[in-house]
Design a protein around this ligand. Structure first.
Ligand SMILES: Cc1ncc(COP(=O)(O)O)c(C=O)c1O
Length: 397
């Protein structure tokens, strides 16, 4: 995180607090790093817009040569209005309605169905000549059990044993299953589970007579805690490339290889700036109350996630162990639990790092509190509002 005290103060003076701030340079650097990790043709990177659906973020990634992976019609339309063509968008939604499937197909966006029931519905509705199929490869990984999306407890995808039935449903309906998709989980920092999932997926992919693409999903982790190591994208690329080469040699043709990371490109580009509104000592804790909370960044409450926090206003003050609490009427509304920080005082600005992914995207209006504005710091250092601050009038509308 490079948003320093002066920039933070100026941004809050101009746009108010709390405030989401994104750095385009960081976003571009992470996006390029991933793209460079696999140095072969036929690889496409789709940004999972669920991590951050802001159109201006999507536009930067479009400039970096990425597509968009959408899980809802809303995300499809966000990508379309950000300038992506239908062919630059993938869609896979689970438990979605016929209306949503119709709307996605009407946009001309390719659908990967989540399992046999959705495949039957797409067939009955006559929506698409080709579909992908999401597979649950029975391999799961992730930073918290809520984000493990493969394996026996996950609601996603079709089981590998259902592949033959899927092919026969599709054949009867005159649909071609042209690709397999998977996503085993989120926040994966080790390459091993990832590679294991690649191997499983490639084994199943060989069973598809009309295979045009394989989509390995997202899940590339970023370190949040100082002791965590980064995901080794280069080692991953070096290990994956020969597997893809060997597969193409075996089947005798080129395949399109897709990845759909969300967190990796955007996470470290985003910071949530908040202002201290109260400092209160109880019999057990020193609570530092801020003008934000789980309504703007739910990850600590939902996943016990640890986000770096900096006291930008007094970095050199003597430290205390504090609980950073939000404004929401829930005891679980804590952004940090027992964290050593330069002791904050009312009015201090705190910066919460790694907030670019699943931050604003998961924000809510719980307690009827509006969501913050979002600001982009462009490559040349200029700043612009990329989403205006919500107002109470918006919520009462
Ligand atoms: C289908 C799918 N693709 C991609 C992603 C992005 O995951 P990540 O942000 O961990 O890269 C997710 C996240 O849950 C997902 O469900």
């Amino acid at each position: 995180m490079t948003v320093g005290r002066d920039v933070a103060q100026a941004l809050i003076s101009a746009h108010g607090s709390p405030l989401y701030v994104y750095e385009a340079a960081v976003l571009r650097a992470r996006a390029r790093r991933l793209r460079r990790s696999i140095g072969r043709d036929g690889v496409r990177w789709f940004f999972a817009a669920k991590a951050n659906g802001n159109r201006e973020i999507l536009k930067v990634l479009r400039e970096e040569g990425w597509g968009v992976d959408a899980v809802s019609i809303g995300e499809v339309l966000a990508a379309r209005t950000a300038g992506f063509t239908p062919a630059e968008i993938t869609y896979n939604g689970n438990n979605v309605t016929d209306d949503e499937l119709r709307a996605v197909a009407a946009e001309g966006v390719h659908i990967s169905v989540d399992g046999l029931p959705q495949l039957r519905r797409v067939a009955a509705l006559g929506l698409a000549p080709t579909v992908g199929l999401r597979l649950n490869p029975d391999v799961g990984a992730g930073h918290h059990h809520h984000v493990i999306t493969g394996g026996p407890d996950a609601k996603f995808g079709a089981a590998p044993e259902e592949l033959d039935e899927a092919l026969s449903i599709a054949r009867d309906a005159g649909i071609v299953i042209d690709g397999l998709q998977q996503h085993i989980g989120s926040g994966i920092l080790d390459t091993d589970p990832w590679l294991a999932a690649v191997d499983v997926m490639l084994r199943h992919a060989e069973r598809l007579p009309d295979l045009a693409f394989v989509d390995f999903g997202g899940g590339f982790g970023v370190p949040y805690r100082p002791e965590e190591h980064p995901f080794d994208v280069d080692a991953f690329g070096a290990a994956v490339t020969p597997r893809l080469d060997a597969f193409e040699k075996r089947v005798g043709r080129a395949i399109e290889w897709r990845f759909e990371p969300g967190r990796y490109p955007v996470c470290e580009s985003g910071t949530l700036l908040v202002t201290v509104t109260a400092v209160k000592r109880t019999s057990r804790h020193l609570f530092v109350g801020v003008d934000s909370g789980m309504n703007h960044l739910i990850r600590p409450a939902l996943y016990d996630a640890w986000h770096p926090i900096f006291n930008l206003s007094r970095p050199d003050a003597p430290t205390s162990v504090v609980r950073v609490a939000g404004q929401i009427c829930e005891s679980g509304d804590l952004l940090a639990v027992d964290r050593e920080l330069p002791t904050p005082q009312e009015g201090d600005i705190l910066a919460i790092g790694n907030a670019g992914a699943y931050g604003f995207a998961m924000a809510s209006t719980y307690n009827l509190r509006p969501r913050p504005a979002e600001v982009m710091i462009d490559d040349d250092g200029a700043t612009r509002v990329i989403r205006r601050r919500e107002t109470i009038a918006d919520l009462l509308g």
